[in-house]
Write a protein of this length. Structure first.
Length: 39
């Protein structure tokens, strides 16, 4: 699970535009919370 989350984090921190990266980080946090709730 940690490998998957790490890959997601790396994938979402790559976008060139700061605004996109910020949105991705927010969406990532939501996804992580959902995954943690499912586990």
């Amino acid at each position: 699970m940690m490998k998957y989350l790490t890959a997601e984090v790396l994938g979402l921190t790559l976008p060139p535009k700061p605004a996109e990266a910020r949105m991705s980080r927010l969406e990532m946090k939501k996804k992580m919370m959902k995954k943690l709730e499912e586990c």
